[in-house]
Design a binder for this molecule. Sequence first.
Ligand code: 76R
Length: 249
Amino acid sequence: MVEPVKTFDGWYSLHDLRSIDWVAWKLATEAERKDALADFNQLLEKWDKVEENKAGSHAFYKIIGQKADFLFMFLRPTVEELSDLETELNKSKMGDFLIPAHSYFSVVEISRYRPEKPGEDIENSDYIQGRLYPTLPKWDYISFYPMDRRREGNDNWYTLEKDIRAKLLYEHSLTGRKYAGKIQQVITGSIGFDAWEWGVTLFAHDVLELKNIVYEMRFDEVSSRYGEFGDFFIGTIIAKDDVSEFFKV
Ligand code: 76R
């Protein structure tokens, strides 16, 4: 049957990309820059606490190229918290030096293609709960890109039988498993939320593994026939101790 599958939805996600107004930053006084950095560090500490309390998570990366200077990925239990956090950053002293570059709103999603055995409660298993409410890894590299499933002529994901979609995604997962320990992926659903259907966020220790997995997956039918991709944002981690170096002029 052509029918949707149930999804498990976890924390809400905001990818918030900013550019720095370097001219304003350089023209600011030493004291203004110090205040802005102090404010910013306070926010980072606050978000770390949220993460320690397992009430959300975040990732903070420099972006390579001209699409943005840095990226935050925030995960929170409610949209209100995400929205408040965005406003708080905007109102902070550092906010005066930040220019919006891009944003993406979605929710951590796991699609349920495998049928549940009688008595099984997959959603509440530790494995699924851990993936719906993840602490984002602090690995060296990040890749974020949005994607769609194609619906063109004979290549229409949304007219495929559920069993066929399940088979294609199963094959996809086998490719994914080869990257265990090298890539950690967070799939966020954004149908009805943002311009694309999913956000893909990958973390890696070795930047080339980001290219390897995406390349290898291009040959899986689910990507070769049914994948459409948006812009890729690649970043390197900014540890808390590196923040002042990053903003140093
Ligand atoms: O959730 C699961 O682990 C079960 C198997 C699985 C599903 C259902 C799985 C495994 N994925 C699933 C769904 Mn995936 N994934 C991507 C990309 O660049 C590209 O070509 C695609 C981007 C990557 C890199 C990736 C990695 N996956 C999805 C969906 C939703 C489709 C739907 O519901 O219709 C998308 C958009 C998507 C895209 N996937 C895995 C990985 C990896 C590494 C795995 C193995 C995870 C593991 O077993 O630990």
